[in-house]
Unconditional design. Structure first.
Length: 443
């Protein structure tokens, strides 16, 4: 029997790896693909519903995005909405909630009013809400004991669009759809930790506990571990990884939809927000915090050693950290986020932040959510000595790609998968069914 050589091997069964498997299976003539996942199921790490904010980022209420970035994110998110349109289990994957970003105080209100003028051309359903209108949708954001809160408030809101996703269910559906494509060999192998990838004479050898998998091309979508595997092969050595964990807190149900706050533009991480948890009815979830943490995977102590390997500490990494710490807003924010993890203190401190969203919340209402939260693998570009914000890709041009996907990586999973699909199809000399993609995903 000849040993199987796959056309594509994908490492990582999160929402990004499964999105790529779906794109390759459905929209190319590549007909044998294997996905290797180290755990016994899909989406157990950052794509799990407990570990991210479940937001379909569309760019309309994220005040840290420029109009250009917001337009790109909008198109990427639309692919997810379009993909789910014909799925029988759509109601378990994607959800409609009102969403808004609130400005509190004159400065933030002025900022949102100005933003509305430039963003409404791209986001036709964006509305500018005054205090009374906000109170109709989210009474707890505006009212304290039946009275209006004293500060000026406005909101930018989108009230009737899909705004939340269970990215775990989305990953499951990608895998299901890919495996129903007829006449193709699409496999998922669980409990297959890829320890090393070797490249020899035009083939890649992926070493797992269950044996070595051979493939003509490889895409690694393994979060921070993508960088580890890249660096083992001598790629991406000019990057270091700064893992930023996010924790969450629960309160009783105080919000009807997603309520974001205005981003401090000196801070590289999203401001705290509150929203319904699609997996925990009757509660509101607040977060995420942003804690620099020495682990590539939350709650996996083994990943401390992996972190040390990808940190590649040198003077350039220290310079980036030093530059971050020099900005007082960032320094205070980093310290505050450390304190958010200190039992006893954390609820009290966090309460101060979430009262910006719901001013009547009391200490007894706020509960730390143990076991919730993931890690954003933020990269440090050592050559340019900067902390990179969005997704990063390493493409040495030899038929292997490595993806590192912090937020909004889950919302952009299909867009990123389309990019990878084009690169891999091109490398293998295979065809992409572009007309079908345009018809199904870019309506
Ligand atoms: C606190 C927080 C909030 C977030 N909120 C949002 C949000 O609201 N909206 C949004 O769009 N994005 C959000 N994100 C980002 C989003 O979660 C990620 O972009 C997305 O889940 C990344 O998907 P992935 O498939 O690349 O990675 P993951 O979901 O982490 O999957 C990687 C997979 O690779 C596997 N793996 C790792 N190493 C190996 C190996 N050596 N061999 C085999 N398998 C391996 C892992 O087990 C895992 O299954 C958030 C992230 C965090 C941390």
């Amino acid at each position: 029997m000849t040993e199987q050589i796959y056309q594509v091997a994908i490492v990582g069964g999160g929402v990004c790896g499964t999105a790529l498997m779906y794109m390759l299976a459905e929209y190319t003539d590549i007909d044998d693909i294997i996905l290797l996942e180290k755990y016994d199921g899909l989406a157990k790490v950052n794509s799990n519903g407990r570990n991210n904010s479940q937001t379909l980022h569309c760019g309309d209420i994220e005040t840290n995005y420029t109009l250009e970035k917001a337009t790109k994110v909008k198109n990427a998110a639309a692919m997810v909405v379009n993909y789910t349109e014909t799925l029988p289990k759509r109601d378990h994957i994607i959800f409609k909630y009102p969403k808004m970003v609130i400005g509190v105080g004159q400065k933030e209100c002025d900022q949102l009013r100005a933003r509305f003028e430039s963003f409404k051309t791209v986001f036709a359903s964006l509305e500018l809400l005054e205090k009374e209108q906000i109170a109709e949708i989210e009474p707890n954001v505006i009212l304290i004991d039946g009275e209006m809160r004293p500060e000026p408030c406005v909101a930018l809101a989108v009230l009737d669009e899909h705004s939340a996703v269970d990215f775990n269910q989305l990953a499951e559906s990608f895998a299901e759809q890919a495996q129903t494509v007829v006449d193709k060999n699409i496999q998922i192998q669980f409990n297959s930790h890829v320890g090393k990838i070797k490249e020899s004479e035009g083939l890649f050898y992926l070493e797992t506990e269950l044996g070595t998998i051979k493939a003509k091309s490889v895409v690694v979508s393994a979060g921070g571990h993508s960088l580890l595997l890249a660096q083992q092969m001598g790629y991406g050595l000019s990057f270091s990884c700064l893992p930023v964990a996010g924790s969450f807190y629960f309160t009783p149900k105080v919000l009807n939809g997603k309520v974001y706050t205005v981003q401090n533009d000196k801070l590289p991480f999203a401001a705290v927000h509150g929203d319904p948890d699609v997996l925990v009815p009757g509660k509101t979830r607040f977060g995420p915090t942003a804690l620099i943490t020495p682990m590539l995977e939350r709650y996996n102590r083994q990943s401390f050693f992996d972190f040390l390997r990808v940190l590649r500490l040198d003077s350039r990494v220290v310079k980036v950290m030093w530059d971050l710490m020099k900005v007082s807003d960032i320094r205070n924010y980093i310290f505050k986020n450390f304190l958010f993890e200190v039992p006893g203190l954390r609820r009290w401190l966090f309460l101060k932040d979430v009262r910006k969203v719901v001013p009547s919340l009391q200490l007894k209402d706020v509960r730390f959510a143990p076991g919730y939260g993931g890690v954003r693998p933020q990269l440090i570009d050592k050559e340019n000595k900067v902390l990179m914000m969005g997704e990063a890709k390493i493409n040495p041009g030899t038929g292997i790609l490595f993806n590192m996907t912090p937020s909004p990586g889950a919302s952009s999973c299909l867009e990123n998968a389309q990019l990878d699909m084009n690169l891999i199809a091109d490398f293998l000399g295979k065809n992409v069914h572009q007309e079908k993609i345009d018809r199904c995903l870019h309506k």
